[in-house]
Design a protein around this ligand. Structure first.
Ligand code: GDP
Length: 335
């Protein structure tokens, strides 16, 4: 049998005008920067190929103003020839007509050659705006875009709109939705998580991209922001500790021996992932298991469910094996 090509990481491109918030978004989501620190960020002035250690392949491009994206220097085939999403950032606190007309030109140009690229509009910096104003702005942007595209003879372009801010979890939520759309395996992942939850007494399970804290899948019970927040805080703690005491995450390669923390961490040999369990004062338990170098599973459950931890461990192991098959993770990670 022929070798199947190894699956690529989902590819994201962040575009928008100067000061729309692109560097801030990438710093907060992918580099753990505190939102308030972005006030001192230098604006993006060129294409940044951010070599991040994440489940997704992420790049930030600054658009016209300084650079013309139709410039031949840009290898659009390389970017859009593969499955991917274009995220267009519009500053909702600023004048929107000019950024919108650039967005429209870009969509029209893209539709010609790359109609399959997902177009995601982040109506950004909505913190501080009233709910009514937010929705009005969104409606206005949607209407103008629809009209403009219809004038260009494009009736059925799928565009998604997200209200985002780096000051709350909306930016992570939006990224999660963007990523999930790019995963052909999403339905399978959800099913696997559902099975895991029902067999192990788990109330909520998330599969997180560790570095960005974006969840790429969750079981089908509704997501409440608090569960998401606590799981994402937990990842921060675990990643910090594992950076101090665990194995080397960066650069990829064989793990470098480090002192192990005595309790929760253990991974010196290939195949032994970080696992950690914490009991919360409200009777709930958080259970984290690293799945591969990009992904971690985090589950919220009642403390009674963890009394049979070996069962949970076993089920998680089965889940992990299934996931490996789904993603052919071995091949994908070696890219
Ligand atoms: P870029 O030129 O597109 O990379 O824009 P920057 O990332 O440099 O952001 C420009 C300014 O917008 C900075 O002062 C950020 O602090 C601010 N900013 C970015 N995101 C947000 C947000 O969600 N809310 C608010 N209020 N300000 C933001």
């Amino acid at each position: 049998p022929r070798d199947r090509p190894s699956p690529r990481r989902p590819r994201l491109l962040l575009m928008g005008q100067r000061r729309s918030g692109k560097s801030s978004i990438s710093s907060v989501v992918f580099h753990k920067m505190q939102p308030a620190e972005t006030l001192f960020l230098e604006s993006t002035t060129k294409i940044q190929k951010d070599p991040i250690h994440s489940f997704m392949d992420f790049q930030v491009w600054d658009l016209p103003g300084q650079l013309d994206f139709l410039d031949e220097a840009f290898d659009f085939d390389k970017i859009f020839g593969e499955l991917g999403a274009l995220i267009w950032v519009i500053d909702a606190q600023d004048e929107i007509l000019d950024p919108l007309s650039r967005l429209h030109r870009t969509i029209i140009a893209l539709q010609r050659d790359y109609p399959n690229v997902n177009i995601e509009v982040f109506i950004h910096k909505v913190d501080g705006l009233s709910d009514e104003y937010k929705l009005d702005t969104q409606r206005d942007i949607m209407q103008r875009t629809q009209d403009e595209l219809a004038d260009a003879g494009l009736e059925n372009v799928q565009i998604s709109y997200h209200l985002t801010s780096i000051y709350d979890h909306s930016i992570f939520e939006a990224f999660s939705k963007v990523i999930q759309k790019l995963l052909p395996q999403l339905g399978t992942l959800e099913n696997l998580l559902n099975v895991l939850c029902s067999n192990s007494g788990i109330e909520k399970a998330f599969l997180f991209d560790v570095l960005s804290k974006i969840y790429i899948a969750t079981d089908s019970s509704p997501v409440d922001v608090q569960s998401y927040e606590i799981c994402s805080d937990y990842i921060d703690v675990i990643v910090d500790i594992s950076e101090l005491y665990g194995y080397e995450r960066l650069p990829p390669g064989p793990p470098i021996p480090r002192p192990l923390s005595p309790t929760t961490m253990a991974r010196q040999e290939e195949g032994e992932e970080i696992c950690s369990v914490i009991r919360l004062h409200n009777g709930m338990v958080l259970y984290l298991r690293e799945i591969n170098k990009f992904l971690a599973l985090i589950c919220l459950m009642r403390k009674e469910s963890i009394e049979k931890q070996s069962l949970v461990d076993y089920n998680v192991q089965i889940f992990q094996d299934a996931l490996k098959k789904v993603f052919e993770i071995g091949g994908a990670n070696k890219q």
